[in-house]
Design a protein. Sequence first.
Lengths: 289, 318
Amino acid sequence: MMMEKLKERKASKLIGYGIIYTCLIILTLFTIYPILYVVFGSFKTNQELVLGGSNLLPTQFNFSNYIEAWKLANFGRYTLNSVFLSTMVMLGILIVSSMAGYCMARRDFFGKEFLYGLLISFMFINIGSVSLRPLFELAVKINLHKSLWGVILICIGMGQATNIFLVRGYMASVPKELDEAAAIDGCGFFQTFYIIILPVLKPILATVALLSFRGAWNEYILAQVFTMSNPAMRPLTAGVIALKSTGDGAAAWNIMFAGSAMSIIPILVIYLLASKYFMTGLTEGAVKG
Amino acid sequence: MSTLTSGFNKYKSKLQNSKGIKGGWDIPLILMMLPTIVLLAVVSIYPFMWLLKYVFYDYNGFKTYFIGLDNFKRVFTNDPIYWKSVVHTFEYAFLKLLFTMPISLMVAVVLNHHLKGKNLFRIIFFIPTVISAAVYSLIFYFIYSPYNGILNNMLMEWGWITAPIDWLGSSAIAMSSVVIVAIWGGFGNYMILFLAGLQSISQEVYESADIDGASKVQSFFQITIPMLGPILKVVLLLAITTALKDYQSIMVLTGGGPLDRTQVMFLYVYQLMFGNENSAAGQLQIGYGATVGLVSSIIIGIATAVFLKLSKKLDNIY
């Protein structure tokens, strides 16, 4: 009697696991299929792409799409632009948010709560696409629209709040005695930050760096607006999507596939190497903040 | 020893002094906070002020005319496309949440158990979150393509359909196609948030429920959901506000078409301010776009407030 029940339980457990794994595998296929489609598709000839068909794999791997995109469609330039944009935004956000996070965690100053409130409320005030216009016109006025610096500064400004909160939250776990000891040794406020605190902040700064790099690498609309009249400044995202609306739609499928792959593969590799930081960045920012 | 204490006293008095004189602001602090304050002023506050001014103007990118409240009159009495887009925005957000929330929660609950390969699944499901929404929408644009796209070709080969379906061009299914892309791009994000919430529930609760004879399903509804209450609220809030302001993916997939069937609020604003593929630069309606943008933000604000009011219960359970 007892044995039978146990057996029954075991069997139903097995069936349960079977169902769970089946669902997970279906979801996995759903998730990775579009990525495999574009990566394998980027090795197909344009003829094969336009003919369609239901094959995921190319009949033979050829790299000519990448060569063509890189040389003829300006994707070499777009890649450089993306790397430049993302690196600068990352450095900018690292500098700005680590300094502000440290100040807001360690000092009491007039207007701190007000500033804090402003940072939070502008995270929630959604004027969405509206702010693009004034920022674009401002950039034109001060001549920042001819380079990527306008996009870089705006990306830093839009990304700073979340990252300041990440740093500030992390500072709470850094003992104040560390600052005091540094002060006794004669360090000033900035020196303490630079010599003592920055090395301690390394783990959270790794998260900040990855999140801000990803944000800038994936930025599309801002980059698209700012490079509308200046195609040479386009990063990969804007470059590849601009091809969609140019006249020769179907003729450029192979270039668009190669371009999309060029845009997603680098960030995917970074993610696979450091997935932990991407996920903690999300949860620390949202659940605690 | 004496130098030490005097050094410390100097530091202390410095702190106190600076507090007394300028409300705590000294030169290093000013220099370190300056970038943040300037960026906040330029990137966040300035556009907001600009918006408040231009809602009263007619502005086409070259000339501005003060027109008082005409823009508001037009929004509320004479713009069916906008109100259609409001309905579509809520339809889109509702459908997106209807599927993403249960999927993410279920997957999170499953992956919170000791399961072989759970880390691998976690990493895979989070992938869509790290790539550009614009680029994955472009990929789906290829997949959905009626004649060359792989989706129709596959379905036809399996014999499920006989003629190609125009996934993005038919007004009957365009919205569903757009929502599928949104689900693909969103569920991994919320899964990770739910997982973080689940990890804060102690295993002992489940063990004692198990001893008392509760089934897995029972403990899910009686323990997991109530204990997740506060986090569920935060995640829902995030999901709602994000879904209501989404427009990037739709812009790439359909541009709001066919016949405005997938037009959403902020895409409409964008097209008023920067034009769409078919309009020339002279047709921009920037002042009106600002007005539509303001009204849309207020609508989102109201939706958020309603949600917060309704969800008060989620806080009280635990």
